[in-house]
Design a protein around this ligand. Structure first.
Ligand code: FES
Length: 159
């Protein structure tokens, strides 16, 4: 969870860019650093990065849009990342995803209107043999195979 930010986004970009050292000028690591610090990479950040790196907004936006990891808006209080990769899919992952989204009352890739939970896709957590899997606030949850598992996730994000 990110704290309330007081430093202007341009200053954050400049500071993180300077901290890159030998990686200076590497767009992808900078965007990851920004998401880590700010919690998301919104339009204001895209504009600041483009300006600082002498790139067009479209170039920066293209990178942010291409990678699933980047959030374009702040996340909810809880973040559920549900695995959409092949092994979890083959274990009933599509039906479970639908049931999970219904139970959490949030669409995949969205944050619920009350800000309580964000549901995001992730593509393999390295736990393929015990899927379908998710990360709930960074903690792995395996064998999401029915209503009981979904209820445990719902209880976690209700807190
Ligand atoms: S496919 Fe889901 S954890 Fe690997």
């Amino acid at each position: 969870m990110t704290m309330e930010r007081r430093e202007p986004v341009e200053a954050v970009v400049a500071r993180l860019l300077a901290a890159q050292g030998e990686r200076r000028g590497a767009l992808l690591p900078l965007l990851h650093d920004l998401q880590e610090e700010l919690g998301f990479v919104g339009e204001e950040t895209v504009a600041a990065v483009a300006h600082a790196m002498n790139l067009s907004r479209a170039e920066v936006h293209g990178v942010v849009s291409f990678y699933h990891d980047f959030r374009k808006a702040p996340a909810g209080r809880h973040v559920v990342k549900y695995c959409r990769a092949e092994s979890c899919r083959s274990r009933g992952g599509v039906a479970i995803e639908t049931a999970l989204a219904d139970r959490l009352r949030v669409a995949m890739g969205e944050t619920r209107a009350d800000g309580q939970v964000t549901l995001e896709p992730v593509y393999c957590l390295g736990l393929c043999a015990i899927g379908p899997n998710a990360l709930v606030d960074g903690a792995p949850v395996a064998r999401i195979d029915g209503a009981a598992a979904i209820e445990r996730i719902a209880a976690t994000v209700a807190a």
